[in-house]
Design a protein around this ligand. Structure first.
Ligand SMILES: Cc1ncc(COP(=O)(O)O)c(C=O)c1O
Length: 367
């Protein structure tokens, strides 16, 4: 972590302190109230559970510190992505999205946005930085892209997009605000699935939108109220708890990913490998410039679908699951979801297991 990330994390851990009175609980309560004492309509902090409530406030306070910007919580990453896109687009507008990013974002573009009159243009991540932005209202990027782990220069995209009159939205799920700060690099909005590393234990769906433009963020907050896409209080509590150990977990996960990617890259069974932190990786230079660390995701290719499936089944320390960022190392063949990757391509999400024990299990399963 760099100094900025460490300072923000320390503030996150004590964000409630200033508001505590003698005898108050140190951790936030799980507030399940939908109604609030309201003898008069004006002046209350909360008035109805769909508009705002104390457990969301606690998580949003953490996220606002991490993003150094206003943050609005959502019940999933997709709810956050939908909110950001809806608030920046209208019928007749054009949005550019990655053709190689999270596939449900593409489905949202095709099945929802286009149906409501938005023109959705899909461009591969690596071609987005130099693409023609003329006539676009929004340039939406995901960096590093999942599962391909291509990286795009957020500063360049933001400068070019703003010159063309477009807003920039960055899906920062694979990095989290501790590992990459898109708003500082010029992006207008950040969206993220806190379901992944921030919650961290594979037990809560959550998401957020963050941004520095107060008007835009007010629209996002109002969208949440009108759409009713609201997080549950239990999930908010779990994410609040998860974020308290985010820096600790990410440090271990990134360090282990660096070790394991290097060893996998040398392994005879591995045909190809992507990790932005390896000096020979095509993403290395931009990653080093714009990321705090290189993350916990590794993409690598084994000989065939059968070999990859056998490896996943044989490794006792890899959960065969379709998510990432959790404490348990997890992996899957992304071709099973239709991602345009080789049949033997595996996305590996490094967890918090001690690295040598994890490597020994991976190496044994690769034999
Ligand atoms: C990069 C990325 N963005 C967004 C999402 C959506 O998050 P959620 O599952 O919380 O809706 C995912 C989920 O896998 C993802 O990988």
């Amino acid at each position: 972590m760099d100094n900025e990330a460490e300072t923000r994390m320390a503030r996150v851990l004590h964000h409630r302190k200033a508001g505590l009175s003698l005898g108050d609980p140190v951790v936030p309560a799980i507030s399940v109230a939908t109604t609030f004492h309201l003898p008069q309509a004006q002046g209350a902090l909360h008035y109805y559970g769909r508009s705002g409530q104390p457990t969301w406030d606690a998580v949003e306070a953490q996220l606002s510190i991490l993003e150094a910007a206003e943050a609005v919580a959502f019940p999933s990453g997709m709810a956050a992505i939908t909110a950001a896109l809806i608030c920046c687009l209208k019928a007749g507008a054009r949005v550019m999205i990655p053709s190689d990013g999270y596939y449900v974002t593409r489905l949202l573009g095709r099945d929802v946005l286009q149906v409501y009159g938005v023109e959705v243009v899909e461009v591969p991540t690596l071609e987005m930085a130099a693409a023609d932005y003329t006539g676009f209202a929004v340039i939406y990027i995901e960096t590093p892209s999942s599962p391909g782990l291509d990286v795009i220069d957020i500063t360049t995209v933001s400068a070019r997009a703003h010159a063309a009159g477009a807003l920039v939205i960055v899906d920062n799920t694979t990095m989290t605000p501790l590992l990459q700060r898109p708003l500082e690099l010029g992006a207008d909005l950040v969206v993220a699935a806190d379901t992944k590393a921030p919650a961290g234990h594979s037990d809560a769906l959550f998401g957020h939108v963050a941004g520095k433009d107060a008007n835009l963020m007010a629209r996002v907050r109002e969208w949440r109220r009108q759409s009713g896409a609201v997080p549950g209080p239990f999930e908010a509590y779990l994410v609040h708890r998860g974020i308290e150990t985010l820096e600790l977990r990410l440090s271990r996960m990134c360090a282990s990913a660096a070790v394991i990617s290097g060893r996998l890259a040398e392994h005879a069974a591995v045909k190809a490998l992507r990790y932005p932190g390896l000096a020979g990786d095509p993403s290395y230079a931009i990653s080093k410039a714009q990321m705090v660390d290189f993350g916990f995701l590794i993409g690598f290719e084994l000989e065939s679908e059968a070999v990859a499936e056998a490896f996943l089944a044989d490794c006792p320390l890899i959960e065969q699951a379709t998510s990432f960022g959790g404490v348990h190392t997890a992996a899957e063949r992304r071709a099973r979801w239709g991602d345009s990757v080789a049949p033997g391509f595996i996305r590996l999400s490094i967890g918090i297991e001690p690295v040598e024990v994890l490597w020994a299990a991976i190496a044994k399963a690769l034999k």
